[in-house]
Design a protein. Sequence first.
Length: 408
Amino acid sequence: MENAVEIANRFELKELELNSLLEITQAINENVPEASLYKIYNFTLRANLSLNKLLLIVREEGHWVCKVQFGVANEYNEVIPDQSIAQKNTILHKTDLADTPFDEFETAIPVFHKENLLAVVYLGGIAEQDHPKHIENHLNFIQALTNITMVAIENKKMARERLEKEVYEKEMEIAQKVQQLLFPKFLPEQDNFNIAAHYSPHSTVGGDYYDWHEISDTEKMVCIADVSGKGVPAALLMSNFQASLRTLLRKTTDLSEIVNDLNYQVFQSASGENFITFFIAIIDLEKKRLKYVNAGHNPPYLIQNKITHDLNDGTLVLGAFPELPFLKIGEVALESEQTLFLYTDGLTEAFNVNEEEFGPERLRLFLTHQAESNPKDLVERVLDSVDDFVGDRPFSDDITLLACTFNA
């Protein structure tokens, strides 16, 4: 029989436990940070119960992390609980913990949420209580407090993930709209100057860009670019890049000046953290010449009389250095008719199921055999060829193609 003092102590402890549960519930309702919830949890157990040891380990992104501890002898970050805890879904005692990394404890209480093991709280000192009923009451309280705390934290995490997902999707929507505005609204289909292009992003928003610009009746500009990075930052960087290019073309056709200015502006905008591979060509139909700069981009191909030329002359990628260390302007004499084919590395770096790369040589050979195709047919046939090559394997990057035929 319990005496009056024991009964009073028991009810006093029960009142403390209820107040503790109310306190943690109020903190949850007030949306306090996770770190504060762990502090309240720690203080509550240490203040209300005579524990020698306490350890709370939590599963976060596939790893076990120690969140609360006192009185423990060992380090428990990345230590995995015994599988029997997840299987039994019951409180474990000293004999269950023998021969495990947690054998310094007497009791282990698993915490589940929708059948997923979220956390385990390990205890020492509970068995030293005077009355078995007190031990049972303590364990029930600790289990309830831990479940409330961990489920609240898990719900906060899920809510945060949902919010992050919504923000990400909104950012992708904005970036996609920005990117679509960069592409030319129409492509020329003139007798002496004809362009066809294709863009397919690997994800919602890619980093590719192509453009053309009529400088005069006899001078045309075509270009292609690929920005490092994805999402809104990459889209905004490319948007600034396009605006800068269009502004420069209104005042000069000097490729050295254009490329150096673009490099400086990309470096200033991205602080050297992002860069752009870029190819630009100015086609002068009257003077029958093509001048170009290749800034670290995949070499485009110029096909003349079924001979394919690589357009390699140029410089480094734009934005990597405040000043370009070298720059060579390429120049090619034009013939009566030729095709210029621009692409990004998503095309040549496409792999099939046998881990074979489509590669630039395969593309060169294909283009040589298709030299007489009009731009639209050429783009479609290249896409069919790479689709047949990769088979069921998905593409790992954006693919952008631009074919341009012109007569000098």
